[in-house]
Design a protein around this ligand. Structure first.
Ligand code: FPP
Length: 228
Protein backbone atom coordinates (compact mmCIF):
# COMPACT_ATOMS: atom_id res chain seq x y z
CA UNK A 1 0.00 0.00 0.00
CA UNK A 2 1.50 3.32 -1.07
CA UNK A 3 0.58 6.27 1.13
CA UNK A 4 0.52 9.79 -0.30
CA UNK A 5 3.44 11.95 0.71
CA UNK A 6 2.03 15.26 -0.53
CA UNK A 7 -1.55 16.54 -0.39
CA UNK A 8 -2.56 19.87 -1.95
CA UNK A 9 -5.85 21.51 -1.05
CA UNK A 10 -8.02 24.20 -2.64
CA UNK A 11 -9.94 25.28 0.45
CA UNK A 12 -13.07 26.51 -1.27
CA UNK A 13 -16.44 27.39 0.23
CA UNK A 14 -15.41 29.61 3.13
CA UNK A 15 -17.50 32.53 1.90
CA UNK A 16 -20.65 30.41 1.42
CA UNK A 17 -20.15 28.80 4.84
CA UNK A 18 -19.81 32.20 6.48
CA UNK A 19 -22.88 33.59 4.73
CA UNK A 20 -24.98 30.56 5.64
CA UNK A 21 -23.97 30.43 9.29
CA UNK A 22 -23.27 34.08 10.20
CA UNK A 23 -24.43 36.12 7.22
CA UNK A 24 -20.79 37.20 6.94
CA UNK A 25 -18.27 35.82 4.39
CA UNK A 26 -15.32 36.77 6.57
CA UNK A 27 -16.56 34.53 9.41
CA UNK A 28 -16.17 31.70 6.91
CA UNK A 29 -12.53 32.62 6.40
CA UNK A 30 -12.00 32.74 10.17
CA UNK A 31 -13.45 29.23 10.58
CA UNK A 32 -11.49 28.13 7.53
CA UNK A 33 -8.33 29.15 9.33
CA UNK A 34 -9.36 27.12 12.40
CA UNK A 35 -9.77 24.13 10.10
CA UNK A 36 -6.28 24.62 8.68
CA UNK A 37 -4.89 24.04 12.18
CA UNK A 38 -6.96 20.87 12.58
CA UNK A 39 -6.06 19.47 9.17
CA UNK A 40 -2.33 19.98 9.76
CA UNK A 41 -2.72 17.75 12.84
CA UNK A 42 -4.69 15.17 10.86
CA UNK A 43 -2.00 15.06 8.16
CA UNK A 44 0.72 14.48 10.76
CA UNK A 45 -1.34 11.57 12.15
CA UNK A 46 -1.56 10.12 8.63
CA UNK A 47 2.22 10.57 8.16
CA UNK A 48 1.77 12.97 5.24
CA UNK A 49 5.09 14.77 4.66
CA UNK A 50 3.87 17.78 2.63
CA UNK A 51 0.61 19.72 2.76
CA UNK A 52 0.12 22.62 0.33
CA UNK A 53 -2.76 25.02 1.00
CA UNK A 54 -4.14 27.62 -1.40
CA UNK A 55 -4.60 30.58 0.94
CA UNK A 56 -4.64 33.54 -1.45
CA UNK A 57 -4.55 33.51 -5.22
CA UNK A 58 -3.32 36.23 -7.58
CA UNK A 59 -6.98 36.52 -8.65
CA UNK A 60 -8.23 37.06 -5.09
CA UNK A 61 -7.15 40.73 -5.36
CA UNK A 62 -10.36 41.18 -7.38
CA UNK A 63 -12.49 40.69 -4.25
CA UNK A 64 -13.86 43.64 -2.29
CA UNK A 65 -11.17 45.47 -0.33
CA UNK A 66 -12.84 44.61 2.97
CA UNK A 67 -12.46 40.87 2.28
CA UNK A 68 -8.89 41.14 0.96
CA UNK A 69 -7.86 43.17 4.02
CA UNK A 70 -9.55 40.65 6.31
CA UNK A 71 -7.54 37.80 4.73
CA UNK A 72 -4.32 39.71 5.37
CA UNK A 73 -5.47 40.44 8.91
CA UNK A 74 -6.14 36.70 9.37
CA UNK A 75 -2.64 35.94 8.19
CA UNK A 76 -1.22 38.10 11.00
CA UNK A 77 -3.70 36.58 13.46
CA UNK A 78 -2.55 33.12 12.38
CA UNK A 79 1.05 34.08 13.06
CA UNK A 80 0.28 35.52 16.50
CA UNK A 81 -1.99 32.71 17.68
CA UNK A 82 -0.48 29.64 16.11
CA UNK A 83 3.16 30.13 15.22
CA UNK A 84 4.75 29.09 18.53
CA UNK A 85 2.66 25.93 18.76
CA UNK A 86 3.34 24.96 15.16
CA UNK A 87 7.06 25.51 15.64
CA UNK A 88 7.04 23.49 18.89
CA UNK A 89 5.25 20.70 17.05
CA UNK A 90 8.19 20.49 14.65
CA UNK A 91 6.24 21.83 11.65
CA UNK A 92 8.16 23.42 8.81
CA UNK A 93 6.35 26.24 7.05
CA UNK A 94 7.14 27.48 3.56
CA UNK A 95 5.51 30.04 1.30
CA UNK A 96 5.13 29.92 -2.45
CA UNK A 97 3.83 32.73 -4.63
CA UNK A 98 4.65 36.27 -5.60
CA UNK A 99 5.95 37.41 -2.22
CA UNK A 100 7.18 40.74 -3.65
CA UNK A 101 3.77 42.25 -4.35
CA UNK A 102 2.21 41.61 -0.95
CA UNK A 103 1.62 44.12 1.87
CA UNK A 104 4.92 45.30 3.30
CA UNK A 105 4.11 44.39 6.89
CA UNK A 106 3.65 40.71 5.98
CA UNK A 107 7.10 40.30 4.46
CA UNK A 108 9.15 40.17 7.69
CA UNK A 109 6.60 37.79 9.21
CA UNK A 110 6.95 35.39 6.29
CA UNK A 111 10.71 35.63 6.46
CA UNK A 112 10.71 34.89 10.19
CA UNK A 113 8.28 31.96 9.91
CA UNK A 114 10.33 30.30 7.15
CA UNK A 115 13.65 30.91 8.87
CA UNK A 116 12.58 29.70 12.32
CA UNK A 117 10.90 26.52 11.09
CA UNK A 118 13.34 25.51 8.37
CA UNK A 119 14.84 22.60 10.35
CA UNK A 120 11.51 21.17 11.50
CA UNK A 121 10.68 17.73 10.17
CA UNK A 122 7.21 16.53 11.27
CA UNK A 123 5.57 17.90 8.12
CA UNK A 124 6.18 20.71 5.63
CA UNK A 125 3.16 22.97 5.30
CA UNK A 126 3.35 25.09 2.16
CA UNK A 127 1.17 28.18 2.05
CA UNK A 128 0.40 29.29 -1.50
CA UNK A 129 0.06 33.01 -0.92
CA UNK A 130 -0.47 35.52 -3.71
CA UNK A 131 0.00 32.44 -5.85
CA UNK A 132 -0.97 31.87 -9.49
CA UNK A 133 0.34 28.96 -11.54
CA UNK A 134 0.51 30.89 -14.82
CA UNK A 135 2.54 33.69 -13.30
CA UNK A 136 4.77 31.07 -11.61
CA UNK A 137 5.49 29.54 -15.02
CA UNK A 138 6.14 32.92 -16.67
CA UNK A 139 8.49 33.74 -13.82
CA UNK A 140 10.31 30.41 -14.32
CA UNK A 141 10.75 31.05 -18.06
CA UNK A 142 12.08 34.54 -17.34
CA UNK A 143 14.67 33.07 -14.97
CA UNK A 144 15.67 30.47 -17.53
CA UNK A 145 16.12 33.18 -20.18
CA UNK A 146 18.09 35.36 -17.79
CA UNK A 147 20.41 32.46 -16.92
CA UNK A 148 20.95 31.74 -20.63
CA UNK A 149 20.38 27.99 -20.11
CA UNK A 150 21.29 26.12 -23.31
CA UNK A 151 19.11 23.07 -22.75
CA UNK A 152 15.60 23.33 -21.49
CA UNK A 153 14.14 20.21 -19.93
CA UNK A 154 11.48 19.33 -17.35
CA UNK A 155 13.95 19.30 -14.48
CA UNK A 156 15.12 22.81 -15.34
CA UNK A 157 11.56 24.13 -15.43
CA UNK A 158 10.74 22.42 -12.11
CA UNK A 159 13.88 23.89 -10.57
CA UNK A 160 12.76 27.39 -11.53
CA UNK A 161 9.31 27.11 -9.99
CA UNK A 162 8.47 28.35 -6.49
CA UNK A 163 8.15 24.66 -5.55
CA UNK A 164 11.79 23.78 -6.24
CA UNK A 165 12.78 20.83 -3.97
CA UNK A 166 9.16 20.09 -3.06
CA UNK A 167 7.85 16.82 -4.56
CA UNK A 168 4.75 17.06 -6.75
CA UNK A 169 1.43 16.48 -4.96
CA UNK A 170 0.03 12.94 -5.05
CA UNK A 171 -3.46 14.16 -4.20
CA UNK A 172 -5.37 17.34 -4.94
CA UNK A 173 -8.50 17.99 -2.88
CA UNK A 174 -10.94 20.75 -3.70
CA UNK A 175 -13.75 21.40 -1.26
CA UNK A 176 -16.85 23.53 -1.88
CA UNK A 177 -18.41 21.51 -4.70
CA UNK A 178 -16.67 23.10 -7.70
CA UNK A 179 -14.51 21.03 -10.03
CA UNK A 180 -11.74 23.22 -11.39
CA UNK A 181 -8.08 23.94 -10.70
CA UNK A 182 -8.33 27.75 -10.44
CA UNK A 183 -4.75 28.42 -11.56
CA UNK A 184 -3.30 26.19 -8.80
CA UNK A 185 -0.07 24.20 -9.33
CA UNK A 186 -0.80 23.53 -13.01
CA UNK A 187 2.64 22.01 -13.68
CA UNK A 188 2.97 20.17 -10.39
CA UNK A 189 -0.46 18.49 -10.52
CA UNK A 190 0.24 16.70 -13.83
CA UNK A 191 -0.16 13.26 -12.28
CA UNK A 192 -2.05 14.02 -9.08
CA UNK A 193 -5.20 12.09 -8.23
CA UNK A 194 -8.06 14.58 -8.04
CA UNK A 195 -10.71 14.51 -5.30
CA UNK A 196 -13.67 16.85 -4.93
CA UNK A 197 -15.76 17.29 -1.81
CA UNK A 198 -19.15 18.99 -1.68
CA UNK A 199 -18.43 20.13 1.86
CA UNK A 200 -17.33 23.72 2.39
CA UNK A 201 -13.79 23.98 3.75
CA UNK A 202 -14.69 24.79 7.40
CA UNK A 203 -16.72 21.52 7.54
CA UNK A 204 -14.06 19.31 5.92
CA UNK A 205 -13.22 16.74 8.60
CA UNK A 206 -10.69 14.07 9.55
CA UNK A 207 -13.04 11.34 8.32
CA UNK A 208 -13.34 13.12 4.93
CA UNK A 209 -9.56 13.21 4.69
CA UNK A 210 -9.16 9.58 5.75
CA UNK A 211 -11.74 8.48 3.16
CA UNK A 212 -9.76 10.24 0.41
CA UNK A 213 -6.42 8.79 1.56
CA UNK A 214 -7.97 5.30 1.73
CA UNK A 215 -9.31 5.69 -1.81
CA UNK A 216 -5.90 6.92 -2.99
CA UNK A 217 -4.20 3.81 -1.61
CA UNK A 218 -6.53 1.61 -3.68
CA UNK A 219 -5.67 3.36 -6.98
CA UNK A 220 -3.07 1.76 -9.27
CA UNK A 221 -1.11 4.75 -10.53
CA UNK A 222 0.30 4.06 -13.97
CA UNK A 223 1.89 7.39 -14.90
CA UNK A 224 1.08 6.76 -18.54
CA UNK A 225 2.39 3.19 -18.49
CA UNK A 226 0.47 -0.09 -18.26
CA UNK A 227 -0.74 -2.04 -15.25
CA UNK A 228 1.47 -5.08 -14.54
C1 FPP B 1 -11.87 30.15 -0.87
O1 FPP B 1 -13.20 30.21 -0.40
C2 FPP B 1 -10.94 30.50 0.19
C3 FPP B 1 -10.08 31.55 0.14
C4 FPP B 1 -10.00 32.47 -1.00
C5 FPP B 1 -9.20 31.89 1.26
C6 FPP B 1 -8.68 30.71 2.04
C7 FPP B 1 -8.20 31.23 3.34
C8 FPP B 1 -8.32 30.60 4.52
C9 FPP B 1 -8.81 29.20 4.66
C10 FPP B 1 -7.98 31.26 5.79
C11 FPP B 1 -6.89 32.29 5.68
C12 FPP B 1 -5.58 31.72 6.00
C13 FPP B 1 -4.45 32.44 5.93
C14 FPP B 1 -3.18 31.85 6.44
C15 FPP B 1 -4.45 33.80 5.33
P1 FPP B 1 -14.18 31.30 -1.07
O2 FPP B 1 -14.07 32.56 -0.30
O3 FPP B 1 -13.89 31.41 -2.52
O4 FPP B 1 -15.57 30.64 -0.82
P2 FPP B 1 -16.87 30.78 -1.74
O5 FPP B 1 -16.60 29.96 -2.98
O6 FPP B 1 -17.93 30.18 -0.88
O7 FPP B 1 -17.07 32.24 -2.03
Amino acid sequence: MILPSHIAIIMDGNGRWGLKNYNDRNKGHYHGLQNINKVIGHCIKLKIKYLTLYTFSTENWNRPKKEVNYLFYLFKYFYKKNFNKLNKNNIRIKFIGDLINIPKDLKPIIKKIQEKTKKNIAITVVFAFNYGAKSELVNAFKNILKNKNKTINEELVSDNLYTKNIPDPDILIRTGGEKRLSNFLLWQLSYAELFFSDKNWPDFSFSDLKRIVRKFTSIKRKFGGLNE
